[in-house]
Design a protein around this ligand. Sequence first.
Ligand SMILES: Cc1ncc(COP(=O)(O)O)c(C=O)c1O
Length: 384
Amino acid sequence: MLESYSRSWTEIDYDAIEHNVREIQRLVGKTKIMGIVKANAYGHGDVECTKALKKAGVDFFGVSSVDEALNLRYAGIKDPILILGYTPEEHFHYLIEENLIQSLVSLEYAYKLDAYANTQKTKIRCHCKVDTGMCRTGIIYQEQEKNMDAILEEYRLSHLSVEGIFSHFPVSDDLQEDSVSFTKKQIELFQEVCSQLVQAGIQPGIKHIQNSYGILNYGDLGMDYCRPGLLYMGVTSDDSIPIASDPDFIPILSWYANVSLVKWIQKGQTVSYGRHFCAQKPTKVATISVGYADGLHRLVSNQGLCVLIHGKRCPIIGNVCMDQCMVDVTAVDEVKEGDVAVLIGRQEDQEVRVDEISRIAKTINNETLSNIASRVPRLRKRGS
Ligand SMILES: Cc1ncc(COP(=O)(O)O)c(C=O)c1O
């Protein structure tokens, strides 16, 4: 592997996952961890993250689709993999061939899967998805509509092996009273479903409901598994949102780009497309090799977002271009072509957190991180 890249690259500290997993475990007690590695582990490398999670004791993984599951299988991951999303009928055969676990997105879908398994004279492994308030996938079980019969029906289909049950939180990140009571109601509804299954003589299987904020704000709910994604990567969706616990996570991803040119411009000269930055005085400008095609949101153009160069904060000026952007380096005496700019991470005693990008781009860290383009190489942090 190359030491560094000429344009832009990330460096990932896979070893820090072990620390982050320990922190999660501290919050959830005996609840086990299902590592969510969908979307290439939010851009952090699905296979590498899965291996690091395994090393930290994680024994179950969640992905969004069958192709993501195959990616793990072809890399030699033999552990249980739950597909959280929809698998189209023409791909049902992979579920059997690769011993994958499919979420039941609806009762109609369960019927289709059952019929297919019947034709193959086998059973397909599944988890029942209960919709307690997200209104995305699963059988609705909410105050307004409790479809318990449909849930029972899924468990009774003879060619499905329903080994678990789960639900998902839409507002576990929010500690306002309204959102907390909504989330608590979801937990109650989920437990009600599980009790009714037991009363009907059916074992619900493994139970899981908590995403990252569900872990941070609701701790040990006595479930069998929890499903963190972002948290084992050492960040939350938004640092400014208060949380109910006091964890100590290590962000695992740093993002860099090289300086390709340094030059002085004079008062009145403008920078980049649209000419939105106009120098008010002689200004030293560095061009860095990262742009919106690398995943740096164009929305951060000229908004004061800083990168670090020689440990100093340097604001992006003018519009972010496809492959490049410009920063004001007037305050950095020693800057030169080939220097490294830090978009996310530490340099000397300074740090830029992914939150700074997300806040200006009016999004959450989940999106900023998973949007880092595939052309940006992911390097393993030395020693990790
Ligand atoms: C069903 C499900 N579970 C768990 C997660 C993990 O979420 P987070 O990254 O917030 O922990 C997701 C992510 O969106 C999800 O869709």
